[in-house]
Design a protein around this ligand. Structure first.
Ligand SMILES: *Cc1c(COP(=O)(O)O)cnc(C)c1O
Length: 229
């Protein structure tokens, strides 16, 4: 299936009143598809396989802002630390510490979003509220130990369902939590501002519930074929 530049323009016009950002999710898709969206003006792209990301980054324009959006194993942070802009799915203190350590080697600051589990499904990654609080307390006790990461906000994935009420509810809860975390831990920090919610199927709901960043793949790039992945 071919890329859909018309859908791209439609998504952009829907994001515009909210001033939300688009992460174009290019996982499993060829470099030529990324180039086509790049030519149309897109600069933020999201991937969730480390090897695929490093291969694409090596051959694509240097001004692309790469976001890693999937589950990230600590032992793979080193491969993307030289260039990755934002890591969306930070789901443990250990991972945050490793990102900090690897970013320090390159004298970089990597933006991190804390992933919270909001879906009904067991399979989706993310912290529960207690794990989130523990991570934040450790961070707040000694922010200087995290000088190479910037906690820029939070991220979540809603249940894969056609029940819009449920999706609204899950995003709404995350937005509430985002607000209380901001007040408690980042009150004077303008950089804690991103709420990464919304994918192809649910991004209009996410925008209504406070999304500042949507992660959209199949709507732009066509359905993915997972037979090789
Ligand atoms: C694949 C993926 C997306 C994009 O999903 P679509 O339904 O294709 O828009 C968004 N977020 C994450 C974490 C993903 O893995």
């Amino acid at each position: 299936m071919a890329i859909n530049l018309k859908a791209y323009q439609e998504v952009l016009s829907q994001l515009s009143p909210y001033q939300a950002k688009l992460v174009a999710v290019s996982k499993t898709k060829p470099v030529s598809d990324v180039e086509a969206f790049y030519a149309a003006g897109q600069r933020i792209f999201g991937e969730n396989y480390v090897q695929e990301l490093t291969e694409k980054q090596a051959v694509l324009p240097a001004d692309i802002e790469w976001h890693f959006i999937g589950h990230l194993q600590s032992n793979k942070v080193k491969y993307i630390a030289p260039f990755v802009h934002t890591i969306h799915a930070v789901d443990s203190l250990k991972l945050l510490q490793e990102i900090n350590k690897q970013a320090a080697k390159y004298q970089r600051v990597i933006h991190c979003l804390l992933q919270v589990h909001i879906a009904a499904e067991e399979t989706k990654f993310g912290m529960d509220e207690q794990e989130l609080q523990q991570l934040l307390q450790t961070y707040a006790a000694n922010p200087a130990a995290f000088s190479h990461v910037r906690i820029a906000g939070m991220m979540g994935m809603a249940t894969n369902t056609t029940n819009e009420t449920q999706i609204h509810k899950e995003f709404h809860q995350l937005h509430q939590l985002f607000g209380s975390v901001k007040t408690t831990y980042f009150n004077h920090e303008t950089y804690f501002k991103e709420l990464s919610i919304g994918m192809s199927a649910d991004y209009p709901i996410a925008l209504q519930e406070g999304s500042t960043m949507v992660r959209i793949g199949s709507l732009l790039f066509g359905e993915r074929n997972y037979s090789q992945k």
